[in-house]
Design a protein around this ligand. Structure first.
Ligand SMILES: [Zn+2]
Ligand SMILES: [Zn+2]
Length: 216
């Protein structure tokens, strides 16, 4: 991208309006009456009027709203801290009250909330089923391996079986172990201690219970 284009973008102040009223009357796209649109200030000069652009590509100039007003809206907007927050603004232009809501910018909290929903609705029930299956699948070989004292093989077998059956998933941001059953793979320890020939020990997090020592 040429440098000039980048400068154009920086200069351009755009606000995404979710909905807006002037003195209580809805301000909408004059052609399709869409409530959501952008207000674009294409100039450095505060007194210049802004352009409205709706999602259906209708464009209009609004002589009443200037680039300076756009900056004031941006400053007045409340911003969002939590996912349920709306980004609200209210300013006065020549005695008229312009109030509304900006299109929500995605915050880290939104992402976290999305992961949370994804986890609770989709991953957790599936994981619960798969975890039981993984435990069943590895318990026998683990017992045999343990009898032979091959702790590394045990950890490896667990890891492989668990990874194969769960695939990749996002970690639950709110994961708290529920007081349920101790994990049969690590006997509730949450980890496997592997002894090497040099009498050093290495602790490997149990991959069946994610180190919690519990299964559900
Ligand atoms: Zn329109
Ligand atoms: Zn475990």
């Amino acid at each position: 991208m040429p440098l000039n284009d980048q400068r154009e973008e920086v200069r351009m102040l755009t606000l995404k309006i979710q909905q807006m009223t002037i003195d209580g009357a809805p301000y909408v796209c004059p052609e399709c009456l869409s409530e959501a649109f952008t207000l674009d200030g294409g100039s450095f000069i505060d007194a210049m009027p802004v352009h409205g652009n709706c999602w259906q590509s209708h464009s209009w100039e609004d002589p009443l709203i200037t680039v300076g007003d756009l900056k004031r809206i941006k400053e007045a907007s409340t911003g969002r801290q939590r996912p349920e927050d709306a980004d609200l603004f209210e300013i006065t232009i020549g005695g008229a009250v312009l109030a509304g809501e900006l299109y929500p910018e995605v915050t880290p909290e939104d992402v976290k909330a999305a992961v949370r929903v994804y986890w609770r609705r989709l991953v957790k029930p599936a994981l619960r089923r798969q975890r039981r299956r993984a435990v069943r699948a590895v318990t026998q070989p683990v017992k045999q391996a343990a009898r032979r004292g091959v702790a590394a093989a045990k950890a490896g077998a667990l890891e492989a079986a668990w990874t194969a059956q769960t695939g990749g998933y996002e970690p639950d941001p709110d994961y708290t172990p529920e007081p349920i059953n101790p994990c049969p793979a690590c006997r509730g320890e949450g980890a496997h201690v592997i002894e090497s020939r040099l009498h050093d020990t290495t602790t490997v997090r149990c991959s069946v219970c994610s180190g919690t020592g519990e299964i559900d």
